[in-house]
Each structure stands twice: as structure tokens, then as C-alpha cells.
Design a protein around this ligand. Structure first.
Ligand SMILES: Nc1nc2c(c(=O)[nH]1)N[C@H]1C(S)=C(S)[C@@H](COP(=O)(O)OP(=O)(O)OC[C@H]3O[C@@H](n4cnc5c(=O)[nH]c(N)nc54)[C@H](O)[C@@H]3O)O[C@H]1N2
Ligand SMILES: Nc1nc2c(c(=O)[nH]1)N[C@H]1C(S)=C(S)[C@@H](COP(=O)(O)OP(=O)(O)OC[C@H]3O[C@@H](n4cnc5c(=O)[nH]c(N)nc54)[C@H](O)[C@@H]3O)O[C@H]1N2
Ligand code: SF4
Ligand SMILES: [Mo]
Length: 717
């Protein structure tokens, strides 16, 4: 029996865990209470992570589609066939014929995306799609415009905060993480509350978090921008701003003043359906609090005005002097200068073929993918790799994407199991679970809320037939004869190390991401005056806090050119004026807004099937306000049909007083089938996919699908 200390890589809470291993099998996962940074969020998902490792339907070798079923093949056969078919498509049609979608778990591997980009650059394709357009793109767009880098994400200084304004987030369930890792953030916020801090939660639903707040603002969905604009107006009109930061740190405050002068508080209050007096009180209290922060998340971003609301959250922080100050939003430098490396990495500049939209964080919007696959013409996508993703369930208009994927000449899925989005795959490539993999999350070290390093060591060996993604990307580039990273010499170098390793019978001589990990530590920057060595990393299995939280690095880190925060980017001002002029109304026949929710024991569209996490028969339901239910003649437990212009689902109703009127809430991530490619048993299915109802509407600034603004109708079946 051995004990391995590592951390959970399901969500960014990154809980330290203690893994008990017997005969190379994980027998127990417990929180690692000696981890000095993270373990407090530890949950049943981490506790049962070995259930996915030993999933009865796990893909254990590459599988090739033959008719309606799959047969096992060798890696050589798989790589060879995929490379040959992709090369033929590229030769005929150009590089954009081959595309990729990468999902959320790709980001939890320290090597996957790096080498995937190396392969994409090898091909030179622009057909890149990622989860950001159903998640955090608004933040990338705002960070780029205000701070000069899509990756610049200020972290929450929870322990010194006196006033929390949490907008569109439910940290009691989802933990305090997005583009930041704040371990135990919710509990720490509650501890601050017990010491007198005020906790305001803005959410159309009385969530687990909202129940514990001092103030719950049951906002009209999609209208956070109006609330936040009203708050900015109160702050600027009443002279509550932080004079020094408005003068020295930020540019554009005069443009903000001009903008708020055009807005009317009563109108904004009416739009977000919150009392004006309450908005004014909250704005004043926020501005006057010693330490305060606005935190915005997916409840904000998955709407048509998501970028504007995200932006105004940052504006409120900036104009009230919360950036880089105790109790506000800090900039953590991290031991690796990710912002600089990100600037050095080449990112393609490209307009999408059909909609002529640019790329965000190096990728196009997922909503465009189906048409890019099915519309003939030069640049049409004919082959796709789905890397750690389930976009048919987690993205918009699943039925349309499913049909498009069926139309491809080649679909390759890299995953642990075959889920809904992989239904039409010609090849299933078995991935390695994080319990079987080493990760050094150096590029995200600046997202932790304190300087911290931990090497995520593997607990058990992967199944012999599974491969880490980085190796798949390298193998494909070599087999396709295309230069990794688009750089000459890399392929020859990698091949040479492979030959050498074979001849010398020393696998460690072969190039691997471990070399990069070592290099990153060797070239890492001093944190709190201390230089990291590789020894520090391996000698501290529980992780190492690299000294106290530092302030004062924010200005120097800004990449705006003039070293200032750009508080009023012109495109945001213009879009806000557009919103002020518009008056959205529900279309005839679809009077409800479809909301969504996360479950503590699900991870987006996965883990729903694990018996250790969900009672048998657990599925998602449609939550309705009692008054709405009564008006529709719906009782608790009745079967209902929820429909939109693009789709319909049937599920049980649950009458819930915490849901706002006009809103129907259906948990996202359900309704994803799990197939059994090895034995061909019937697919298992749990619940319904509420994203079948979402169309291809987007937030024009971030290209984020408006997954939480879909208008729907509800009726009893
Ligand atoms: N309505 C609605 N829709 C939403 C959201 C919402 O709040 N409401 N949330 C959005 C958000 S925030 C996100 S992040 C997206 C998620 O969207 P996606 O990332 O596209 O989808 P997931 O459901 O997370 O599926 C991840 C897949 O990766 C696989 N996987 C897990 N670990 C690994 C690994 O190490 N390697 C490989 N190769 N595969 C792995 C899993 O088995 C699973 O099939 O969904 C979005 N969709
Ligand atoms: N257990 C669990 N934890 C997770 C995940 C998971 O799937 N399961 N996913 C992880 C991922 S990938 C992410 S990105 C994070 C996301 O973390 P969060 O963004 O905190 O995600 P949610 O818990 O979905 O909370 C979003 C809230 O926004 C509310 N909302 C919807 N529309 C609006 C609106 O218009 N205005 C406002 N103010 N609120 C609105 C919803 O009712 C919901 O309560 O969580 C991570 N943690
Ligand atoms: S899934 Fe649970 S255990 Fe794993 S990091 Fe997130 S909160 Fe921690
Ligand atoms: Mo996410």
C-alpha cells in the first residue's frame, strides 16, 4: 500500500488530495489536510475520481468504427489512418479542412493544450473551437481591452474583503473558481461575513449561496449590465469614486461619466427589475467599504450582454479603487510569467469563413461550427478532433451540431469514455485520467490566490492502451510530416530523442513535457525574493506556499502599452449605448427564460453516470415558480414539455419558490449518452439536454452562446 499526495483536477478549486493505492489501484481518496493551500472544497467528485478511472465503459485502446460498431486497433494503425486521411483533406482543400474543439478538461492538463497548439500550428488550420465561447470568453475580451492581455485575471483577496458583490455565481455549489483558484473561497467569505462583512448575491434564483447572503438581489436574467451601470452611475454622480485611481491608474473615466450621464437610474432599475433605492444603497455601501470586490461568473457571461456586464463589474472595481488593494482584486504574478509567454506564442488572426467573425483567445465561437462543417466551399471543415469535450451537450443547439458531426469525413474523439458528442466518431482514442498523469500547472500559477506551487503527480499507471494527449499531438504531426509549432527542426529533434531512447533503452531520454516542466522551473522568476528549484517542487508533495500575498505588481503587469487600465474601451461604450436604446421582449409563444444550474456532484456533462455520486434514477428537472406553475396548471412532479424555436425536451416539473417568476431552471449537462464501444451494450442515458433548446444567438462582443437567455415555452404533457 502506498499513499500519494497530489491534487484533484476536476475543477479549479484544485483540492489537495491523499490517494491510497494498493496493487496499482486507487482504493481511497481523501482530502490532504497537510496541503497548505487547497483541500477545503474537497467534495464527492474528488472522492470518487477512481470510479471514472475504472469506468466499466472506459475506452482502453484506440477503436475504429466499423459499420455501427467499433473494433480495437493499434496506435500505429490509428495514427497512420488519421494522418493519411487528414493529409488528403488538406492537400485537396487546404489546412482549414481539419478542425478541433477542445473542452474544459483540456485546460487541467499542463501539456495537452500546449502540444495541441503545436499540432494545429503544424497544420496551419484556423478551424479552432474551444469551450471559452460557452464559458469565459467575456472575461478574455474584457481583460484584453482593459488590461492588455486576454489572460490577465485578477484574483479575489477574500480574507480582507468587507463587501462581496457576487454576480451570477453560486460558489456554495461550484466552489470559488473560474479564471482563478481561490481554495475554500466560499467558506472564507462566510467567515468574513461572520466578522461583519456584507455578502450580496445577485442571482435570479435563491441559490444555496443566495440563501446565506445578507442581501439577495433576484435580478431579471441577462440584465446585470443595467444593475452594474446603475451602480457605476451612483458612484460617479455622487463623487464616491477613488480619486487617485480614477486619475492615475485608469484612462477613460471621463468617457464613463459621459456614458452614465446618458443613463437614467429609474430606467436602469426598471430594466433589471430591482428597486432603485436598493441599488443606490448597495452602490454607496460598496464604494464606502474598506475592502470590496465584484465577482462575475457564468451567470453573467452566458447572456447577450455578458461582456458588458463583465466589463462593468471590472469598472466598478477599478473606479472604487479595488484593484491591487487589500480586500479587492489582486494581481498574482505566479512563478511563470504566463502573460509574457502568451504574448510570445503565435496566435492566428483570422475571420471565420461564413460569419466573418474574429478569434477570441485563439479560437472561433462554437455556435458557428455546425455551419462551417455543412456549408460547402473552400475552407469547409471535413475532419474534426474533439479533445476533452462534449459540445453537443455543453454547447448550443446540440441537435444541429450532432447532425453536422455526422456529416464529417473524419471525426476523432479523445476521451475516457464515448459520450454524446462522440457518437459519430470514426476513431475513439483513449485518454489518460489525471490520477494517471503528472501535471505542473505553471501557466496558471498566476490564477491562484496566493503564490503556490504543487506538482500534480500521478497516483497510478494508466491502462497500457491509453495515451496522454501530448503524445497523440506529436505522433500526428510526425505522421503527417508537418512541423510541430510550425517551427523547423522540432520534429527532427523529437524523432532523434525517440531513437536515442530506444537505442539506449532509457525512456527518459525521449522528449516529453517533463523537459518543459524542468525548464519552466529553472527559468521561473523569484517569488517573494525566492528562486524556485526543481528540488522544491518534488520535495514538497503537499505543495508549497511561496510566501505571503504580495500587492503592487498590477501596474507593472499591465500590457496595455501606456501602463494604464483602459476603463472605457470604445466598443464597450458603443454596445452599452445599443443596449440602452433597445428593449428586449419575449417572442410570442415563448414567455419564459431558460435558466441553468450546476449540481454539486456533476461536472458539466460528465460524472452524472457514476453510481457513487448520484442515486439511481437521478435526472434533471424543470424548476418553476409556484405562481407560474399554478397559472399553467402544473403540479410538482408533473411531466412538462419545455420548448423553444429550435428544440423541445420533456421532463418532470419541480415547483420551487426560490425561482423568479418567468424563469424555468433546468440543470445543464444532463442527457448525454454513454456508449459502450467495447461490448456494444445499450447506451446509458440520464436526464435531458436542456441545451437542445438554445439556438445560435451570441453575445456579439465575446461570441459566447447565450445559453442562459433562451426564450422558451412550458406546458403540461
Ligand atoms: N446551459 C449551460 N450550458 C453550459 C454551462 C452552463 O452553465 N449552462 N456551462 C458551460 C461551461 S462553464 C463549460 S466549462 C462547458 C463544458 O463544456 P465541455 O468542456 O465541452 O464539456 P464537458 O461536459 O465538460 O465534457 C468534458 C469531456 O472531457 C472528458 N474528459 C475528462 N477528462 C479528460 C481528460 O483528461 N482527457 C480527455 N481527453 N478527456 C477528458 C469527459 O469525459 C467529457 O466527455 O459547458 C458549458 N455549457
Ligand atoms: N459541482 C460543480 N462545480 C463546478 C462545475 C460543475 O459542473 N459542477 N463547473 C466548473 C466550471 S467549468 C465553472 S466555469 C464554474 C462556474 O461557476 P459559477 O459561474 O458559479 O456557476 P453556477 O453554479 O452555474 O452559477 C451561475 C449562477 O448564475 C445564475 N444566473 C443565471 N442567469 C443569470 C443572470 O442573468 N444574472 C445573474 N446575476 N445570475 C444568473 C444561475 O442561477 C446560477 O446560480 O464552476 C466550476 N465548478
Ligand atoms: S471537484 Fe471537488 S475535490 Fe475536485 S477540485 Fe473541485 S471541489 Fe475539489
Ligand atoms: Mo466552465
Amino acid at each position: 500500500m502506498t499513499t500519494v499526495h497530489t491534487f484533484c483536477r476536476y475543477c479549479l478549486a484544485s483540492c489537495g488530495i491523499e490517494v491510497t493505492v494498493e496493487d496499482d489501484r486507487v482504493t481511497k481518496i481523501a482530502p490532504d489536510k497537510r496541503n497548505p493551500h487547497s483541500w477545503q472544497d474537497f467534495c464527492a467528485k474528488g472522492r470518487t475520481a477512481n470510479q471514472l478511472v475504472e469506468h466499466p465503459r472506459r475506452i482502453l485502446a484506440p477503436m475504429r468504427r466499423v459499420g455501427q460498431g467499433y473494433v480495437e486497433a493499434t496506435w500505429e494503425e490509428a495514427i497512420d489512418d488519421i494522418a493519411t486521411r487528414m493529409n488528403a483533406l488538406i492537400d485537396a482543400d487546404g489546412p482549414d479542412a481539419v478542425g478541433v474543439y477542445y473542452g474544459n478538461p483540456a485546460g487541467f492538463s499542463s501539456s495537452n493544450i500546449v502540444f495541441m497548439n503545436g499540432w494545429l500550428d503544424a497544420i496551419g488550420t484556423h478551424s479552432r473551437y474551444f469551450v471559452g465561447s460557452v464559458d469565459q470568453n467575456a472575461m478574455h475580451v474584457v481583460s484584453e481591452a482593459m488590461y492588455g492581455s486576454e489572460l490577465m485575471s485578477p484574483v479575489s483577496d477574500v480574507d480582507r474583503c468587507d463587501y462581496f458583490l457576487l454576480v451570477g455565481t453560486n460558489p456554495a455549489v461550484s466552489a470559488w473558481n473560474w479564471l482563478e483558484t481561490v481554495p475554500g473561497g466560499w467558506r472564507r467569505a462566510l467567515a468574513r461575513q461572520r466578522d461583519g462583512a456584507t455578502l450580496v448575491v445577485v442571482d435570479p434564483v435563491l441559490t444555496e449561496s443566495a440563501k446565506q447572503a445578507d442581501v439577495h438581489l433576484p435580478i431579471r436574467p441577462g440584465h446585470d449590465w443595467a444593475l452594474l451601470l446603475a451602480m457605476v452611475k451612483v458612484v460617479l454622480d455622487e463623487g464616491l469614486e477613488h480619486a487617485e485611481d480614477c486619475r492615475d491608474l485608469a484612462t477613460g473615466v471621463d468617457d464613463l461619466r459621459a456614458l452614465v450621464a446618458e443613463a437614467d437610474l429609474d430606467d436602469l432599475a426598471r430594466r433589471c427589475e430591482l428597486p432603485r433605492a436598493q441599488i443606490e444603497t448597495i452602490a454607496r455601501d460598496f464604494a464606502r467599504a474598506r475592502g470590496a470586490m465584484v465577482v462575475t461568473r457564468t451567470g453573467v457571461s452566458l447572456h447577450a450582454a455578458g461582456t458588458i456586464a463583465e466589463w462593468l463589474g471590472h469598472v466598478l472595481n477599478v473606479v472604487t479603487g479595488r484593484m491591487d488593494r487589500p480586500g479587492g482584486r489582486r494581481f498574482e504574478r505566479g512563478y511563470v510569467d504566463a502573460l509574457r509567454l502568451f504574448d510570445l506564442a503565435k496566435r492566428p488572426v483570422h475571420l471565420s469563413r461564413l460569419r466573418r467573425r474574429g478569434m477570441i483567445a485563439g479560437a472561433h465561437g462554437l455556435a458557428e461550427l455546425p455551419d462551417e462543417i455543412t456549408t460547402p466551399g473552400p475552407g469547409q471543415i471535413r475532419a474534426m478532433v474533439i479533445n476533452s469535450g462534449n459540445p453537443v451537450v455543453s454547447g448550443p443547439d446540440g441537435a444541429k451540431l450532432d447532425a453536422a458531426l455526422a456529416d464529417l469525413d473524419l471525426l476523432v474523439a479523445i476521451d475516457l469514455v464515448q459520450r454524446e458528442s462522440h457518437r459519430h466518431a470514426h476513431w475513439l482514442l483513449p485518454a489518460v485520467h489525471w490520477l494517471e498523469r503528472n501535471d505542473l500547472p505553471a501557466f496558471t500559477s498566476s490564477m491562484h490566490d496566493e503564490p503556490f506551487v504543487q506538482y500534480g503527480v500521478r497516483a497510478v499507471a494508466p491502462p497500457p492502451g491509453a495515451r496522454e494527449e501530448w503524445r497523440i499531438w506529436i505522433d500526428l504531426a510526425l505522421a503527417m510530416g508537418r512541423p510541430l509549432f510550425g517551427a523547423r527542426g522540432v520534429n527532427a529533434f523529437v524523432s532523434a530523442t525517440r531513437r536515442l531512447a530506444r537505442l539506449a533503452r532509457r525512456p527518459s531520454l525521449e522528449f516529453s513535457p517533463h523537459w518543459i516542466d524542468r525548464l519552466l522551473i529553472a527559468t521561473s522568476r523569484k517569488v517573494n525574493g525566492r528562486k524556485l528549484r526543481w528540488r522544491d517542487v518534488v520535495d514538497n508533495p503537499h505543495g508549497l506556499v511561496l510566501g505571503p500575498r504580495e500587492f503592487g505588481h498590477f501596474r507593472a503587469a499591465l500590457r496595455t502599452g501606456d501602463g494604464r487600465v483602459h476603463a472605457a474601451p470604445p466598443e464597450f461604450l458603443a454596445r452599452t449605448r445599443e443596449l440602452l436604446a433597445a428593449n428586449p421582449v419575449a417572442p410570442e409563444g415563448y414567455p419564459f427564460i431558460l435558466g441553468s444550474r450546476r449540481h454539486r456532484h456533476s461536472m458539466n456533462s460528465w460524472l452524472n453516470e457514476l453510481p457513487g455520486l448520484h442515486p439511481a434514477g437521478k435526472v434533471n428537472e424543470a424548476l418553476l415558480n409556484p405562481a407560474d406553475a399554478a397559472a399553467l396548471g402544473i403540479d410538482d412532479g408533473d411531466r412538462v414539455r419545455v420548448f423553444s424555436p429550435v428544440g423541445a425536451v420533456e421532463l418532470d416539473a419541480s415547483v420551487a419558490s426560490g425561482v423568479r417568476r418567468g424563469l424555468v431552471v433546468v440543470d445543464h449537462g444532463w442527457g448525454s449518452r454513454i456508449f459502450d464501444p467495447r461490448r456494444g451494450a445499450e447506451p446509458q442515458s440520464y436526464g435531458v439536454n436542456r441545451n437542445l433548446l438554445a439556438g445560435d444567438e451570441i453575445d456579439p462582443l465575446s461570441q459566447t452562446s447565450t445559453l442562459s437567455s433562451t426564450y422558451v415555452g412550458v406546458q403540461r404533457v
